[in-house]
Design a protein around this ligand. Structure first.
Ligand code: NDP
Length: 330
């Protein structure tokens, strides 16, 4: 069985030499554990944070140990009650072909209800992130003008579409290619979208939202955050989900220069972590599941094949190679 280890803590952009694909003996499940053969493995931006030694909400990856992350697979051996060989489970032993995991840390998923990869994206962690961040943290309400960055990604594409389905008066997205911008407007029903590489974000946002914005869902940070503050309306809310533009910085990024606007607008900026919002999971599945099934909420996945390409897939997320959720298929 093969698994990815972190062998050096990256400074700046992670390099292939910071990782190793290691051949190990097939893990044996202990008492209360199951052996899972992974079929879909998730790569996510937050994993960059876990490669650093700095204390954060998720523990740093250990050096020369298998990395972790979301994965879906089939149980091939079980020493636990309630989980049987042949069951499909969502668990945290990603970045490897086979994982021995505590049965209590797995969630059964139904391959008949949705494609298995969906449990890592549109119906999984990134979907709930979009739902909780928009509805709870940003306190979205009907009629709001919503701006979301990283809008062609897993979280962002769902934020924009949920806002539309729930009665936003205008939804604006930004993304890093003209092709992604076209997808947002033509397929996902965004009212406007722009390529942040084509000009200053502040100017492009003002043109796309001439009457300002009520909600900004931040996936990017940096100049996007400053632009959003600049366009914020009275009582505007900013939900800080991620700041991918700074994850590989070696020096702290400068802060937004226009924070005084929060006084005029009585604006609010609040960060959130999806892990604090799993109480919304049943409501999320109940509301979003039917939209996905009916095709009212569209999604894409970028699927990379093979455990040997797990690292490239991760680096691809940081570069923007993906449209929708980046998934590794084993
Ligand atoms: P995505 O599918 O959105 O992939 C990341 C995207 O970020 C890339 O496709 C790329 O698209 C864009 N990107 C990369 N670098 C930059 C840059 N410098 N400026 C602008 N855009 C950039 O990933 P996710 O949907 O999984 O995650 C989106 C965000 O949400 C991330 O910031 C992540 O950390 C955060 N997150 C937070 C959670 C929480 O609990 N708070 C939970 C899950 C995710 P492009 O081509 O458009 O540049």
């Amino acid at each position: 069985s093969r698994e990815w280890h972190l062998v050096n803590r990256p400074t700046g952009w992670p390099k292939p030499e910071d990782f190793a694909l290691v051949e190990v003996e097939l893990p044996q499940p202990g008492e209360g554990q199951v052996l899972v053969r992974n079929t879909y493995v998730s790569v996510d931006p937050y994993m960059r944070g876990r490669m650093s030694a700095a204390k954060s909400y998720a523990a740093p990856y250990g050096l020369n140990e298998p990395m972790q992350g979301g994965a879906v697979g089939e149980v091939v051996a079980s020493r636990a009650e309630g989980v049987a060989v042949g069951d499909h489970v969502l668990h945290f032993g990603g970045w490897r072909e086979y994982a021995a995991v505590d049965a209590a840390q797995t969630v059964k998923v139904d391959p008949a209800a949705a494609p298995l990869s969906a449990y890592l994206g549109v119906l999984g962690m990134t979907g709930l992130t979009a739902y909780a961040g928009l509805l709870r943290t940003a306190a979205f309400k009907e009629g709001d003008v919503v701006f979301v960055s990283g809008a062609a990604g897993a979280v962002g594409s769902q934020v924009g579409q949920i806002a539309k389905l729930k009665g936003a008066s205008r939804v604006i997205g930004s993304a890093g290619s003209d092709e992604k911008v076209k997808l947002l407007v033509e397929e996902y029903g965004f009212d406007a979208a722009f390529n942040y590489k084509n000009g200053p974000v502040g100017e492009q946002l003002r043109a796309a939202a001439p009457d300002g914005i009520d909600v900004y869902f931040d996936n990017v940070g940096g100049d996007h955050l400053e632009a959003a503050i600049g366009s914020l309306n009275l009582g505007g809310r900013i939900a800080v989900c991620g700041m991918i533009s700074v994850y590989n910085n070696t020096e702290p990024a400068p802060g937004p220069r226009n924070l005084t606007r929060l006084i005029q607008t009585r604006g609010r900026i609040e960060g959130f972590l999806v892990g604090d919002h799993y109480d919304l999971q049943p409501q999320f599945v109940q509301e979003v599941g039917p939209w996905v099934a009916s095709g009212e909420l569209k999604y894409r996945e970028t699927v990379v094949e093979g455990i040997e390409n797990n690292l490239e897939a991760f680096l691809g997320v940081l570069r923007g190679d993906n449209t929708g959720k980046m998934i590794v298929k084993l």
